[in-house]
Design a protein around this ligand. Structure first.
Ligand code: HEC
Length: 159
């Protein structure tokens, strides 16, 4: 009984040592690991990538930010304080009337799964991209939580 307890404690110590080592390794060179996600009906990702809902206020900032979503470069959105809205993509005013949250999530994560030759960038993808800027090599443009923040904002775009 007692020796069983010792064995269990020893096992815990080994696991802890192992995780410290991998933490140290990831500090020296952070290889980004994307969260696994499930695609259903070929057009939707039903679950939060980050495991929790996003913040719509943060999402509104991210869609404006040129270094993050930069969605206004291609889309019109109900963001009147910004003068320039591009017209390459669709007008996103009312997009949440046309698509579900799960469909919007796949659009952001990997739009080429739906429209193979779309101009829209995949915001949460590393492999299989064309023309990646050096600073984005090996790194997704947005984090899982940033995707959720943007989703939380665009689901409010109803007419
Ligand atoms: C380089 C241009 C570009 C950027 C940047 C871009 N998109 Fe798009 N997006 C498009 C195009 C073009 C389409 C239309 C699909 C197609 O025909 O390729 C589209 C389609 C969409 C759709 C589907 C809308 C519909 O009515 O079918 C959503 C939603 C969307 N984009 C959201 C976003 C969001 C949110 C961002 C910023 C995080 C973003 N896009 C950034 C070009 C872009």
């Amino acid at each position: 009984m007692i020796s069983g307890l010792f064995a269990a404690l020893a096992a815990v110590a080994v696991v802890a040592a192992g995780s410290t080592a991998s933490l140290a390794a990831s500090k020296s060179k952070p290889p980004q690991k994307l969260v696994n996600y499930l695609v259903i009906n070929e057009d939707s990702i039903p679950e939060y990538l980050s495991g929790r809902p996003g913040d719509p206020k943060q999402g509104r900032k991210l869609v404006i930010s040129r270094k993050k979503g930069n969605c206004l470069a291609c889309h019109k959105m109900p963001i009147p304080e910004k003068a320039d809205h591009g017209g390459t993509g669709t007008d996103l005013t009312g997009v949440a009337d046309r698509m579900t949250e799960s469909q919007l999530r796949l659009r952001l994560v990997d739009p080429k799964r739906i429209i193979p030759d779309t101009m829209m960038p995949a915001f949460y993808k590393i492999q299989g991209l064309n023309r990646v800027l050096p600073k984005f090599k090996g790194k997704a443009i947005l984090t899982a939580q940033e995707i959720e923040d943007i989703i939380a904002y665009i689901v409010t775009l109803k007419e």
